[in-house]
Design a binder for this molecule. Sequence first.
Ligand code: ZN
Length: 272
Amino acid sequence: MADIDSYIEDLKKKSEERFEQFKIVDISSIKEISNDAYLEKPTWLGGDKKFVCLFIDLDKSSKISFKKHPKTMAKIYDYFTQNIVDILNHPTFGADYIDIKGDGAFGIFEGDKASYKALYCAITFKTLFEQSIRDKFSDEEDQLSCKFGIHKDKLLVRKIGKRGHGNYNEVWAGRLVNNAAKLANQAKDIPQDIAYPLSLPILISEQVHSDFEKNKEFGFYHCCTGNGQPLPNQIEMFKEVNDFSDETLGDKFYYTRVIWCKNCADNYINLI
Ligand SMILES: [Zn+2]
């Protein structure tokens, strides 16, 4: 056993050096976090540029997971998380960065169309979830359920790990990812849609909603019911919830329960 005192002294010295060298550089693309140059330096990627995060995870309040065998749970994760990751890799509206987190996954989107792409990924997964994934793993007592949150904010991130060891982890110090997850959790306070009680809400923050207000052609309106049947007229995509207050998310958010109908999919996805 090596001398633990000198080992700890060495760690203290290295941390002090890191503390002195700490800096934040402006990020221009989320892809920069894969740059090895940042791996061992205390250099974080941040700045004023805003990114959009779509966070999707299993709703554990259904308690379905506690009743199942590990093998069944593994099947659920495989079906659930793999599909999220596949959709986040969509060639047209996919994310620019994808990660798995706990019972779900998130994607980070950049560029002018970030908010729109994030919503299209969410609607795509919701459509698949409600048409096939849910029924495959639900029984009469318990419905498999999931949560969606889309938020837009600055980010502050660094990859922590050791060069050449392969196991790095991004550390998200900014609020982007956490707030997208926090928003997803608000789904429990949204009343069920009476016509489509199993239709899940996709929650978006005010910042994301304002992108749809600015460019309404990307999905401010839609024409489908909660089960994807076209309506005769276009209606607003998002409903407002304003009995809400959060220090960083603001005092309202919005949600939609839309799943793709052919009209909407053709109209919106072709704009990307
Ligand atoms: Zn439609």
